[in-house]
Design a protein around this ligand. Structure first.
Ligand SMILES: N[C@@H](CCC[C@H](N)C(=O)O)C(=O)O
Length: 297
């Protein structure tokens, strides 16, 4: 018997997600079903999917249930699983707020990358009303001292290897257009540098503490924003600029322009990184479970 399954659509700086609320983890979402839901022509469309589950009801999150009631079971658009999604966790928080599971202020969300602290700012009123920004504590960046190179077509660049829970290669380029159409994943060397694949960011300077980036995301293709990518870029830019908050004792803030908007990233002297930006829910509806059954078959 088919049933109706509720979904929402949301985005953070145009990194967009299908949101499937499923508190008791009752909906089977194998990779093919996720890819079908994220398909922009034959499905609902999204860079990824946020499966909203109570931590206590998910085997990967039970251990975090005492600290965070809700688990972000994040999937990439091709159905693959990723450790963390920075824009996703902000959109996830906005969903929890809209559904009445969270209020403005602080909350904790369980992710595969651990429990993340989120702050939902008060709504602002400027003639109409707009949702306040959402800040997430992204944890610390790891900077393995690996020499990496990324290539698109004939062009190659040295890249900084940054791990934000998920893997990134950050390349500073003369012109963002040099990354080409990014339909195919950029290649990287050495070949074994990223055994589980990599998100690749291309970065140009806009001014002091201000950069712009494009990204090719593992499992999603080119997207209009990537939160973990923006954090990786901010840290790579800071180190390139000779800035290390652990040494100076002063927080470092970078503004990162992405094709879909702007994110503000602050790295603190203890290494903790905070990311702030908008997160919105744009639609909600239902789809027929029979459609998903057809995809799974
Ligand atoms: N868009 C996300 C990152 C999603 C995961 C990434 N594609 C991966 O496979 O690591 C973000 O906002 O961080």
């Amino acid at each position: 018997m088919s049933t109706r399954i509720a979904f929402l659509k949301g985005h953070g700086t145009e990194n967009d997600f299908v949101i499937v609320p499923d508190p008791e983890n009752a909906i089977d979402l194998p990779p093919a079903a996720v890819a079908a839901l994220c398909d922009r022509r034959a499905g609902l469309g999204g860079d990824g999917l946020l499966h909203v589950v109570r931590s206590a009801a998910h085997p990967e999150a039970r251990g975090m249930a005492a600290k965070a009631e809700w688990f972000m079971d994040y999937r990439n658009g091709d159905g693959s699983v990723a450790e963390m999604c920075g824009n996703g966790v902000r959109v996830f928080a906005r969903y929890l707020q809209r559904a009445g599971h969270a209020a403005e202020g602080d909350l904790a969300i369980a992710t595969r990358g651990g429990v993340k602290r989120v702050h939902i700012a008060k709504s602002v009123s400027d003639g109409g009303s707009a949702a306040g920004d959402i800040t997430v504590g992204m944890g610390r960046a790891l900077l393995p001292e690996t020499d990496v190179e990324v290539s698109v077509g004939e062009r190659s660049w040295p890249a900084r290897n940054v791990n934000m829970g998920n893997p990134h290669a950050v390349a500073f380029v003369a012109d963002l257009a040099h990354a080409g159409d990014l339909y195919a994943p950029p290649s990287h060397a050495p070949a074994g540098a990223y055994p589980d694949g990599v998100n690749v960011e291309f970065v140009v300077d806009r001014g002091p503490g201000h950069v712009a980036m494009r990204v090719h995301e593992r499992g999603s293709g080119e997207t209009r924003s990537c939160g973990t990518g923006a954090c990786a870029v901010a840290v790579a830019a800071a180190r390139r600029d000779g800035v290390d908050p652990a040494v100076t004792g002063t927080p470092a803030t970078y503004t990162v322009d992405v094709p879909g908007g702007m994110l503000v990233i602050t790295e603190r002297p203890d290494g903790e990184i905070e990311m702030t930006g908008p997160a919105v829910i744009v639609a909600e509806g239902e789809f027929d479970s029979a459609w998903l059954e057809g995809v799974r078959a």
